[in-house]
Ligand binder design. Structure first.
Ligand code: AMP
Length: 124
């Protein structure tokens, strides 16, 4: 099956529990952000809720207003901290099978530091 379970053993759950390291760039009560281990641009940060939401679908349906506000407030702070607020950046939240989501814990990619080209690849 390609359906994603709310999996306590996914890599971001392990990072949140401190079981594996991350290169942290931001943290508050509801949000953690760290550098992607396989960066696709000069700035490539992953922003995740601390609560175990599988995807944007799950987060939108089940996150508290405080969690949702915290995620959207953190993103521009991190972009500014990383020096890409002025030059611009791209947010991506791959969701489910066609979205190419690999880790079943919501993560928003912040990509920047160079012109990022077309929005999506022509094929998978
Ligand atoms: P996605 O394809 O949107 O699910 O993105 C998953 C992202 O997680 C990929 O860009 C990976 O490079 C990244 N990733 C996987 N494991 C780690 C890790 N341990 N630390 C940081 N980033 C990771």
């Amino acid at each position: 099956s390609t359906a994603m379970a709310d999996d306590d053993n996914n890599v971001f759950a392990k990072i949140l529990r401190g079981e594996i390291p991350c290169d942290k760039v931001y943290e508050d009560d509801h949000v953690l952000a760290f550098r992607d281990i396989n960066p696709q641009a000069p700035v490539h940060v992953l922003v995740i809720p601390k609560a175990a939401h599988v995807s944007a679908q799950d987060f939108g349906a089940n996150a508290s207003p405080e969690e949702a506000q915290a995620l959207w407030a953190a993103i521009p702070k991190i972009a500014a901290q990383e020096g890409v607020a002025e030059g611009g950046y791209r947010l991506i939240a791959n969701t489910g099978a066609n979205g190419g989501q690999e880790v079943p814990h919501l993560h928003v990619h912040i990509l920047g530091g160079r012109p990022l080209g077309r929005l999506v690849a022509k094929d998978g």
